[in-house]
Every structure is written in C-alpha cells, then in structure tokens.
Design a binder for this molecule. Structure first.
Ligand SMILES: [Fe+2]
Length: 199
C-alpha cells in the first residue's frame, strides 16, 4: 500500500501555480482531517462490532481522495473546470501513477455523499466518503449533520436519507480534538483565502 509520504509526494507533484505551497497545505491538511475522522470511525466499528477494516487502505484512501483538486484550477487559482470533475481527474492521475485500482477508486467515489454513478463499494470507501462530508475546504471549517443536510437539500432533497443511513451505520464523529488540533490552521488558512479572493 502507498504510504503517507508517497501520497504527499503526489500532492506536491500536482499542486501548481503561484499558490502552489498554500494549495498543497490546504488540500493536504483537509486530507489529514478526513483521515483522522475515518480512523476514528474504523476504531468505533472495531470496538462496537469487532469489524476489522484495512487501516492502511483507509489511511491511503483518505489522503489521496482529493488528488484531482489541483486540476480544476489554473496557475492563478481561477476555477477552470467544474469542481465535481475533481473525482474523475484524481482517478485518472492515479492511473497515470500506477496506483492500484482499489486505492484509485477513493478519488472516483467520494464525490458528494457517494451517490451514483460511482458509488462506494468497500466499507473503507464508504467511510472516507462519509468522513469527507464533515470538513469543507472552500473556507475550511467543520460541518455538522445539520449543515450537511442543508447543503444536500439544495441539490437533491432525497440525498438527506442517504446521510441519515450513513449516520446510523457509522455514527457521528467526535470533532472536539480535531477542532483544537487544527484551530490555528483554520484561522491562518481562512485569512489567506479571504486575502486572495479580495484581490
Ligand atoms: Fe475531500
């Protein structure tokens, strides 16, 4: 399985443009947060139901899921592609990099809450997809279940049933420690994003 530093190198390779370092930091830190939420869910499944997940695959999947992000923007960080395409772009980059299909799929299936056409198959894929809903990159912050549902209702009201189903399956993540750990990072990153969007 690809390890953390190998996946970080891929992010370094594909981040680009005048905000290369900042975008790398944005996507990578979001990915670390999604990883921590995913591992927390895996831990709960293990202690409650003795379900064993592949934690290396889960970790790698969480870290790689947004690799296609960089391809949606030009070198000045203007959006050039519909953001929904970042899934497909990430999947294609994985193939270019000879990443095994079971890892590449995390890019493909994590969009939205994992609704068709590319739905999660494994529990690991489903957990990363669910964990990703609890943290946003656009102005980085955490999302509650209520926030997630509000957003889903805008696009397709029936999707809120799916998030309820996932909540019943995986529970709600405990975000308190994460909020403390990445508090400064959120302040710094949001300040930077605001400053470049005002230009
Ligand atoms: Fe994400």
């Amino acid at each position: 399985m690809f390890n953390e530093s190998q996946i970080y190198s891929l992010h370094q390779k594909y981040s680009h443009g005048k905000y290369r370092e900042e975008l790398l930091d944005l996507v990578w830190t979001h990915s670390l947060i999604v990883k921590e939420i995913s591992l927390q869910i895996a831990h709960n499944l293990k202690s409650k139901y003795q379900i064993n997940l592949d934690s290396d695959l889960l970790t790698a999947g969480a870290l790689i899921h947004d690799l296609g992000f960089y391809k949606c923007f030009d070198d000045d960080f203007n959006k050039t592609e519909k953001y929904i395409l970042h899934s497909q772009f990430g999947y294609e980059l994985c193939h270019q990099e000879n990443i095994p299909e079971n890892l590449a799929r995390f890019c493909l299936v994590h969009n939205g809450i994992g609704i068709y056409p590319n739905i999660p198959i494994t529990l690991e894929e489903e957990i990363v997809t669910y964990a990703d809903c609890f943290h946003s990159k656009s102005y980085p912050n955490y999302k509650t279940l209520v926030d997630i549902k509000k957003m889903l209702v805008i696009y397709r009201p029936s999707d809120s049933i799916i998030i309820d189903r996932l909540k019943n399956k995986f529970g709600l993540p405990d975000l308190i420690k994460l909020k403390r750990k990445y508090g400064q990072w959120h302040l710094k990153t949001n300040k930077w994003l605001k400053s470049i969007k005002q230009k």
